[in-house]
Design a protein around this ligand. Sequence first.
Ligand code: BEZ
Length: 400
Amino acid sequence: MNDSKALASRRRFLKTAAGGAAAAAGVLHAPFIIAQPAKIKVGLMLPYTGTYAALGTAITNAFKLYIAEKGGKLAGRELEYVVLDDESDPAKGVDNASRIVNRDKVDVLVGTVHSGVQAGMVKVSRESGVLSIIPNAGFGAATGALCAPNIFRTSFSNWQTIHALGKVMMEKGHKTCAWITHKYAAGQEMFEGFKEGYEKVGGRIVKDLWLPFPNVEFQALLTEIAAAKPSATACFFAGGGAVKFVKDYDAAGLKKNIPLYGNGFLTDGTLQAQGASAQGILTTLHYADSLNVPKDREFRLNYAKAYKLQPDVYAVQGYDAAQLLDIGLKAVKGDMKNTKGMIKAMEGVTIDSPRGKWKMSKAHNPIQDSYLRQVVGEQNKFVGVAWKALEDPARGCKMG
Ligand code: BEZ
Protein backbone atom coordinates (compact mmCIF):
# COMPACT_ATOMS: atom_id res chain seq x y z
CA MET A 1 0.00 0.00 0.00
CA ASN A 2 1.46 3.43 -0.91
CA ASP A 3 1.36 6.38 1.56
CA SER A 4 -1.77 8.16 0.24
CA LYS A 5 -3.81 4.95 0.06
CA ALA A 6 -2.78 4.11 3.63
CA LEU A 7 -3.89 7.56 4.78
CA ALA A 8 -7.29 7.30 3.13
CA SER A 9 -7.84 3.84 4.57
CA ARG A 10 -6.92 5.07 8.07
CA ARG A 11 -9.32 8.02 7.77
CA ARG A 12 -12.15 5.66 6.74
CA PHE A 13 -11.33 3.41 9.71
CA LEU A 14 -11.31 6.29 12.17
CA LYS A 15 -14.59 7.66 10.84
CA THR A 16 -16.27 4.25 11.08
CA ALA A 17 -14.80 3.50 14.45
CA ALA A 18 -15.81 6.90 15.83
CA GLY A 19 -19.31 6.52 14.39
CA GLY A 20 -19.65 3.05 15.84
CA ALA A 21 -18.44 4.16 19.26
CA ALA A 22 -20.79 7.13 19.31
CA ALA A 23 -23.72 4.99 18.24
CA ALA A 24 -22.85 2.43 20.88
CA ALA A 25 -22.79 5.18 23.48
CA GLY A 26 -26.17 6.39 22.30
CA VAL A 27 -24.93 9.85 21.43
CA LEU A 28 -25.40 9.79 17.63
CA HIS A 29 -27.07 13.08 16.66
CA ALA A 30 -29.16 13.20 13.52
CA PRO A 31 -28.88 16.57 11.74
CA PHE A 32 -31.84 18.85 12.50
CA ILE A 33 -34.69 18.29 10.04
CA ILE A 34 -37.56 20.74 10.15
CA ALA A 35 -40.58 18.85 8.85
CA GLN A 36 -42.13 20.58 5.84
CA PRO A 37 -45.70 19.75 4.89
CA ALA A 38 -45.78 17.79 1.66
CA LYS A 39 -46.41 19.82 -1.47
CA ILE A 40 -49.88 19.85 -2.95
CA LYS A 41 -49.86 17.97 -6.24
CA VAL A 42 -51.86 19.81 -8.88
CA GLY A 43 -52.64 17.94 -12.08
CA LEU A 44 -52.90 20.29 -15.04
CA MET A 45 -54.50 18.33 -17.85
CA LEU A 46 -54.88 20.81 -20.70
CA PRO A 47 -54.17 21.18 -24.42
CA TYR A 48 -50.66 22.49 -25.12
CA THR A 49 -50.62 21.50 -28.79
CA GLY A 50 -53.19 21.82 -31.61
CA THR A 51 -56.11 24.18 -32.21
CA TYR A 52 -56.69 24.88 -28.50
CA ALA A 53 -53.01 25.14 -27.44
CA ALA A 54 -53.20 28.89 -26.73
CA LEU A 55 -56.23 28.32 -24.50
CA GLY A 56 -54.44 25.74 -22.36
CA THR A 57 -51.42 28.02 -22.04
CA ALA A 58 -53.51 31.03 -20.96
CA ILE A 59 -55.24 28.94 -18.26
CA THR A 60 -51.89 27.63 -16.99
CA ASN A 61 -50.30 31.10 -16.99
CA ALA A 62 -53.09 32.67 -14.97
CA PHE A 63 -53.37 29.75 -12.52
CA LYS A 64 -49.65 30.09 -11.80
CA LEU A 65 -49.91 33.88 -11.64
CA TYR A 66 -52.39 33.61 -8.76
CA ILE A 67 -50.10 31.18 -6.92
CA ALA A 68 -47.13 33.53 -7.46
CA GLU A 69 -49.19 36.42 -6.06
CA LYS A 70 -49.68 34.30 -2.92
CA GLY A 71 -45.92 33.80 -2.54
CA GLY A 72 -45.95 30.32 -4.12
CA LYS A 73 -48.09 28.79 -1.35
CA LEU A 74 -51.77 28.19 -0.64
CA ALA A 75 -52.75 27.83 3.02
CA GLY A 76 -49.06 27.51 3.89
CA ARG A 77 -48.39 24.67 1.46
CA GLU A 78 -46.24 24.74 -1.64
CA LEU A 79 -47.56 23.39 -4.91
CA GLU A 80 -46.05 21.05 -7.45
CA TYR A 81 -47.47 20.42 -10.89
CA VAL A 82 -48.02 17.31 -12.96
CA VAL A 83 -48.59 18.67 -16.46
CA LEU A 84 -50.18 16.62 -19.22
CA ASP A 85 -50.91 17.73 -22.79
CA ASP A 86 -54.34 16.26 -23.60
CA GLU A 87 -54.02 17.36 -27.27
CA SER A 88 -57.80 18.01 -27.30
CA ASP A 89 -58.11 14.33 -28.17
CA PRO A 90 -61.29 12.79 -26.71
CA ALA A 91 -60.11 9.26 -27.57
CA LYS A 92 -57.33 9.63 -24.95
CA GLY A 93 -59.44 11.47 -22.35
CA VAL A 94 -60.13 8.61 -19.94
CA ASP A 95 -56.61 7.11 -20.17
CA ASN A 96 -54.90 10.47 -19.65
CA ALA A 97 -57.12 11.42 -16.71
CA SER A 98 -56.70 7.99 -15.17
CA ARG A 99 -52.90 8.22 -15.50
CA ILE A 100 -52.69 11.59 -13.79
CA VAL A 101 -55.15 10.64 -11.01
CA ASN A 102 -54.37 6.98 -10.32
CA ARG A 103 -50.68 6.75 -11.23
CA ASP A 104 -49.39 10.26 -10.47
CA LYS A 105 -51.82 10.57 -7.54
CA VAL A 106 -52.54 14.27 -7.89
CA ASP A 107 -54.44 15.92 -5.02
CA VAL A 108 -56.52 18.06 -7.36
CA LEU A 109 -57.27 17.72 -11.05
CA VAL A 110 -57.48 20.94 -13.08
CA GLY A 111 -58.69 20.66 -16.68
CA THR A 112 -59.66 20.91 -19.45
CA VAL A 113 -60.65 22.96 -22.52
CA HIS A 114 -62.34 20.51 -24.94
CA SER A 115 -65.79 19.15 -23.99
CA GLY A 116 -65.12 15.72 -25.51
CA VAL A 117 -61.98 15.28 -23.40
CA GLN A 118 -63.87 16.62 -20.39
CA ALA A 119 -66.39 13.79 -20.71
CA GLY A 120 -63.56 11.31 -20.06
CA MET A 121 -62.22 13.39 -17.16
CA VAL A 122 -65.65 13.57 -15.53
CA LYS A 123 -65.86 9.77 -15.63
CA VAL A 124 -62.50 9.45 -13.85
CA SER A 125 -63.36 12.23 -11.36
CA ARG A 126 -66.65 10.56 -10.45
CA GLU A 127 -65.04 7.12 -10.05
CA SER A 128 -62.01 8.30 -8.07
CA GLY A 129 -63.62 11.12 -6.05
CA VAL A 130 -60.61 13.37 -6.73
CA LEU A 131 -61.33 17.08 -6.29
CA SER A 132 -61.70 18.48 -9.82
CA ILE A 133 -61.86 22.03 -11.17
CA ILE A 134 -62.87 22.66 -14.79
CA PRO A 135 -61.28 25.91 -16.04
CA ASN A 136 -62.94 25.96 -19.47
CA ALA A 137 -64.81 23.05 -21.11
CA GLY A 138 -68.53 23.81 -21.20
CA PHE A 139 -69.60 20.12 -21.32
CA GLY A 140 -73.17 20.46 -20.00
CA ALA A 141 -73.37 17.12 -18.18
CA ALA A 142 -70.38 18.02 -15.94
CA THR A 143 -72.70 20.30 -13.98
CA GLY A 144 -75.88 18.66 -15.29
CA ALA A 145 -76.80 14.97 -15.39
CA LEU A 146 -73.27 13.93 -14.31
CA CYS A 147 -72.78 16.58 -11.63
CA ALA A 148 -70.96 15.40 -8.50
CA PRO A 149 -69.90 16.90 -5.15
CA ASN A 150 -66.20 16.79 -6.11
CA ILE A 151 -66.58 18.48 -9.54
CA PHE A 152 -66.56 22.29 -9.80
CA ARG A 153 -66.37 24.64 -12.78
CA THR A 154 -64.98 28.18 -12.89
CA SER A 155 -65.84 28.85 -16.53
CA PHE A 156 -69.31 28.29 -18.07
CA SER A 157 -71.67 25.73 -19.52
CA ASN A 158 -71.86 25.71 -23.32
CA TRP A 159 -75.56 26.64 -23.13
CA GLN A 160 -74.72 29.63 -20.95
CA THR A 161 -72.33 31.25 -23.43
CA ILE A 162 -74.76 31.38 -26.32
CA HIS A 163 -78.22 31.56 -24.79
CA ALA A 164 -78.34 35.38 -24.94
CA LEU A 165 -77.09 35.60 -28.53
CA GLY A 166 -80.45 34.89 -30.22
CA LYS A 167 -82.07 37.78 -28.34
CA VAL A 168 -79.21 40.09 -29.35
CA MET A 169 -79.51 39.10 -33.02
CA MET A 170 -83.28 39.60 -33.06
CA GLU A 171 -82.84 43.04 -31.52
CA LYS A 172 -80.54 43.81 -34.47
CA GLY A 173 -83.32 42.73 -36.83
CA HIS A 174 -82.00 39.30 -37.91
CA LYS A 175 -85.07 37.07 -38.18
CA THR A 176 -83.22 34.31 -40.02
CA CYS A 177 -79.69 32.98 -39.75
CA ALA A 178 -77.30 30.24 -40.77
CA TRP A 179 -75.44 28.28 -38.10
CA ILE A 180 -71.94 26.82 -38.45
CA THR A 181 -69.56 25.02 -36.05
CA HIS A 182 -67.23 22.10 -35.46
CA LYS A 183 -69.05 18.80 -35.04
CA TYR A 184 -68.22 17.64 -31.54
CA ALA A 185 -69.78 17.75 -28.06
CA ALA A 186 -69.36 21.51 -27.54
CA GLY A 187 -70.52 22.42 -31.08
CA GLN A 188 -73.65 20.33 -30.59
CA GLU A 189 -74.44 21.87 -27.20
CA MET A 190 -73.79 25.41 -28.44
CA PHE A 191 -76.16 24.76 -31.34
CA GLU A 192 -78.91 23.53 -29.02
CA GLY A 193 -78.39 26.47 -26.63
CA PHE A 194 -78.47 28.98 -29.47
CA LYS A 195 -81.51 27.38 -31.14
CA GLU A 196 -83.47 27.41 -27.87
CA GLY A 197 -82.77 31.12 -27.25
CA TYR A 198 -83.20 32.26 -30.87
CA GLU A 199 -86.43 30.36 -31.57
CA LYS A 200 -87.93 31.55 -28.28
CA VAL A 201 -87.75 35.13 -29.60
CA GLY A 202 -89.07 34.16 -33.06
CA GLY A 203 -85.80 33.54 -34.96
CA ARG A 204 -85.45 30.81 -37.60
CA ILE A 205 -82.27 28.87 -38.44
CA VAL A 206 -82.43 28.32 -42.21
CA LYS A 207 -79.24 26.27 -42.51
CA ASP A 208 -77.04 24.44 -40.02
CA LEU A 209 -73.55 23.49 -41.15
CA TRP A 210 -70.95 21.27 -39.47
CA LEU A 211 -67.37 20.20 -40.04
CA PRO A 212 -65.29 17.68 -38.11
CA PHE A 213 -63.04 19.06 -35.33
CA PRO A 214 -60.40 20.46 -35.93
CA ASN A 215 -60.82 20.70 -39.72
CA VAL A 216 -60.56 24.29 -41.05
CA GLU A 217 -61.44 23.79 -44.72
CA PHE A 218 -64.40 26.19 -44.71
CA GLN A 219 -64.75 27.07 -48.42
CA ALA A 220 -67.56 24.68 -49.42
CA LEU A 221 -69.59 25.61 -46.35
CA LEU A 222 -69.14 29.34 -46.95
CA THR A 223 -70.57 28.82 -50.43
CA GLU A 224 -73.60 27.14 -48.83
CA ILE A 225 -74.11 30.10 -46.49
CA ALA A 226 -74.04 32.53 -49.41
CA ALA A 227 -76.58 30.40 -51.31
CA ALA A 228 -78.96 30.20 -48.32
CA LYS A 229 -79.10 34.03 -48.09
CA PRO A 230 -79.74 34.27 -44.32
CA SER A 231 -79.97 37.66 -42.63
CA ALA A 232 -76.91 36.77 -40.45
CA THR A 233 -74.61 33.90 -39.46
CA ALA A 234 -74.16 32.58 -35.91
CA CYS A 235 -71.32 30.27 -34.98
CA PHE A 236 -69.07 28.69 -32.37
CA PHE A 237 -65.34 28.52 -33.07
CA ALA A 238 -62.40 29.02 -30.71
CA GLY A 239 -58.60 29.21 -30.81
CA GLY A 240 -56.93 28.44 -34.16
CA GLY A 241 -60.27 27.47 -35.73
CA ALA A 242 -61.76 30.89 -34.87
CA VAL A 243 -58.78 32.73 -36.38
CA LYS A 244 -59.13 30.91 -39.70
CA PHE A 245 -62.93 31.09 -39.84
CA VAL A 246 -63.15 34.85 -39.28
CA LYS A 247 -60.50 35.48 -41.93
CA ASP A 248 -62.07 33.11 -44.46
CA TYR A 249 -65.57 34.53 -43.86
CA ASP A 250 -64.27 38.01 -44.62
CA ALA A 251 -62.16 36.89 -47.60
CA ALA A 252 -65.24 35.18 -49.09
CA GLY A 253 -66.94 38.59 -49.11
CA LEU A 254 -69.73 37.53 -46.73
CA LYS A 255 -69.09 39.81 -43.76
CA LYS A 256 -70.70 42.95 -45.21
CA ASN A 257 -74.01 41.46 -46.33
CA ILE A 258 -74.41 38.59 -43.87
CA PRO A 259 -73.04 39.86 -40.52
CA LEU A 260 -71.20 37.32 -38.41
CA TYR A 261 -72.13 36.69 -34.75
CA GLY A 262 -70.98 34.13 -32.23
CA ASN A 263 -70.25 33.50 -28.60
CA GLY A 264 -67.14 35.38 -27.59
CA PHE A 265 -64.68 32.52 -28.19
CA LEU A 266 -64.81 33.66 -31.81
CA THR A 267 -62.78 36.78 -31.01
CA ASP A 268 -61.14 36.14 -27.59
CA GLY A 269 -57.37 35.69 -27.62
CA THR A 270 -57.47 35.81 -31.42
CA LEU A 271 -57.71 39.47 -32.44
CA GLN A 272 -54.07 40.07 -33.28
CA ALA A 273 -54.15 37.20 -35.77
CA GLN A 274 -57.59 38.08 -37.18
CA GLY A 275 -56.73 41.75 -37.82
CA ALA A 276 -59.18 43.77 -39.93
CA SER A 277 -61.38 40.73 -40.60
CA ALA A 278 -62.70 40.79 -37.02
CA GLN A 279 -63.51 44.49 -36.76
CA GLY A 280 -67.08 45.23 -35.64
CA ILE A 281 -68.06 41.62 -34.81
CA LEU A 282 -70.61 41.37 -31.98
CA THR A 283 -70.39 38.46 -29.53
CA THR A 284 -71.75 37.42 -26.13
CA LEU A 285 -69.51 36.16 -23.31
CA HIS A 286 -68.90 36.42 -19.56
CA TYR A 287 -65.78 38.59 -20.05
CA ALA A 288 -64.85 41.71 -22.02
CA ASP A 289 -61.66 43.72 -22.41
CA SER A 290 -62.93 46.99 -20.94
CA LEU A 291 -65.03 46.04 -17.94
CA ASN A 292 -63.73 48.73 -15.60
CA VAL A 293 -63.81 46.35 -12.63
CA PRO A 294 -60.99 47.04 -10.07
CA LYS A 295 -60.11 43.33 -9.88
CA ASP A 296 -59.81 43.22 -13.67
CA ARG A 297 -57.54 46.27 -13.85
CA GLU A 298 -55.17 44.70 -11.31
CA PHE A 299 -55.31 41.29 -13.03
CA ARG A 300 -54.62 42.69 -16.50
CA LEU A 301 -51.67 44.68 -15.24
CA ASN A 302 -50.11 41.74 -13.40
CA TYR A 303 -50.74 39.30 -16.24
CA ALA A 304 -49.21 41.66 -18.81
CA LYS A 305 -46.20 42.22 -16.54
CA ALA A 306 -45.64 38.50 -16.00
CA TYR A 307 -46.21 37.22 -19.53
CA LYS A 308 -45.85 40.27 -21.85
CA LEU A 309 -49.29 39.37 -23.17
CA GLN A 310 -52.84 40.62 -22.72
CA PRO A 311 -55.05 38.15 -20.84
CA ASP A 312 -58.25 36.71 -22.30
CA VAL A 313 -61.30 34.85 -21.02
CA TYR A 314 -59.33 31.60 -20.67
CA ALA A 315 -56.80 33.30 -18.42
CA VAL A 316 -59.61 34.68 -16.25
CA GLN A 317 -61.08 31.19 -15.82
CA GLY A 318 -57.65 29.74 -14.91
CA TYR A 319 -57.09 32.51 -12.37
CA ASP A 320 -60.48 31.80 -10.79
CA ALA A 321 -59.69 28.06 -10.64
CA ALA A 322 -56.70 28.92 -8.44
CA GLN A 323 -58.82 31.33 -6.37
CA LEU A 324 -61.38 28.58 -5.78
CA LEU A 325 -58.72 26.09 -4.73
CA ASP A 326 -57.30 28.68 -2.34
CA ILE A 327 -60.71 29.20 -0.71
CA GLY A 328 -61.13 25.45 -0.23
CA LEU A 329 -57.64 24.97 1.18
CA LYS A 330 -57.86 27.90 3.58
CA ALA A 331 -61.07 26.46 5.04
CA VAL A 332 -59.28 23.21 5.95
CA LYS A 333 -55.98 24.91 6.93
CA GLY A 334 -54.15 23.23 4.06
CA ASP A 335 -55.35 19.71 4.85
CA MET A 336 -56.00 18.56 1.31
CA LYS A 337 -57.20 15.18 2.58
CA ASN A 338 -60.25 16.89 4.08
CA THR A 339 -62.11 16.89 0.76
CA LYS A 340 -65.50 17.21 2.47
CA GLY A 341 -64.40 20.36 4.28
CA MET A 342 -63.02 21.82 1.07
CA ILE A 343 -66.19 21.07 -0.87
CA LYS A 344 -68.30 22.70 1.83
CA ALA A 345 -66.23 25.89 1.60
CA MET A 346 -66.28 25.93 -2.20
CA GLU A 347 -70.05 25.46 -2.48
CA GLY A 348 -72.10 28.64 -2.75
CA VAL A 349 -68.94 30.75 -2.75
CA THR A 350 -68.78 34.19 -4.37
CA ILE A 351 -65.62 34.70 -6.39
CA ASP A 352 -64.19 38.18 -6.83
CA SER A 353 -63.21 37.63 -10.45
CA PRO A 354 -61.73 39.89 -13.14
CA ARG A 355 -65.00 39.21 -15.03
CA GLY A 356 -66.98 40.73 -12.11
CA LYS A 357 -68.21 38.90 -9.01
CA TRP A 358 -69.92 35.57 -9.64
CA LYS A 359 -71.59 32.99 -7.42
CA MET A 360 -71.20 29.21 -7.52
CA SER A 361 -74.53 27.53 -8.33
CA LYS A 362 -75.89 24.48 -6.52
CA ALA A 363 -74.68 22.42 -9.50
CA HIS A 364 -71.14 23.92 -9.07
CA ASN A 365 -71.20 26.21 -12.12
CA PRO A 366 -70.80 30.03 -12.17
CA ILE A 367 -73.92 32.20 -12.10
CA GLN A 368 -72.65 35.16 -14.09
CA ASP A 369 -73.52 38.07 -16.36
CA SER A 370 -73.36 37.54 -20.11
CA TYR A 371 -71.89 40.63 -21.78
CA LEU A 372 -72.42 41.96 -25.29
CA ARG A 373 -69.04 42.90 -26.76
CA GLN A 374 -67.87 44.42 -30.03
CA VAL A 375 -64.46 44.16 -31.65
CA VAL A 376 -62.72 47.52 -31.82
CA GLY A 377 -59.02 47.37 -32.72
CA GLU A 378 -57.53 44.60 -30.63
CA GLN A 379 -60.20 44.70 -27.94
CA ASN A 380 -63.54 43.05 -27.28
CA LYS A 381 -65.14 46.24 -26.02
CA PHE A 382 -67.92 46.00 -23.46
CA VAL A 383 -71.21 47.18 -25.04
CA GLY A 384 -73.69 46.18 -22.34
CA VAL A 385 -75.08 43.34 -20.24
CA ALA A 386 -76.88 40.92 -22.55
CA TRP A 387 -78.24 38.79 -19.68
CA LYS A 388 -77.93 39.51 -15.98
CA ALA A 389 -76.88 36.69 -13.60
CA LEU A 390 -77.40 33.92 -16.16
CA GLU A 391 -77.58 30.48 -14.54
CA ASP A 392 -77.29 27.19 -16.41
CA PRO A 393 -80.49 25.14 -16.00
CA ALA A 394 -78.34 22.19 -14.80
CA ARG A 395 -80.78 19.73 -16.34
CA GLY A 396 -80.64 16.33 -14.65
CA CYS A 397 -78.28 17.37 -11.85
CA LYS A 398 -79.01 15.56 -8.61
CA MET A 399 -76.24 16.38 -6.21
CA GLY A 400 -75.80 13.30 -4.01
C1 BEZ B 1 -65.42 23.22 -25.32
O1 BEZ B 1 -65.03 22.25 -26.01
O2 BEZ B 1 -66.20 23.06 -24.37
C2 BEZ B 1 -64.90 24.59 -25.63
C3 BEZ B 1 -63.69 24.75 -26.25
C4 BEZ B 1 -63.21 26.01 -26.51
C5 BEZ B 1 -63.94 27.12 -26.12
C6 BEZ B 1 -65.15 26.96 -25.50
C7 BEZ B 1 -65.64 25.68 -25.24
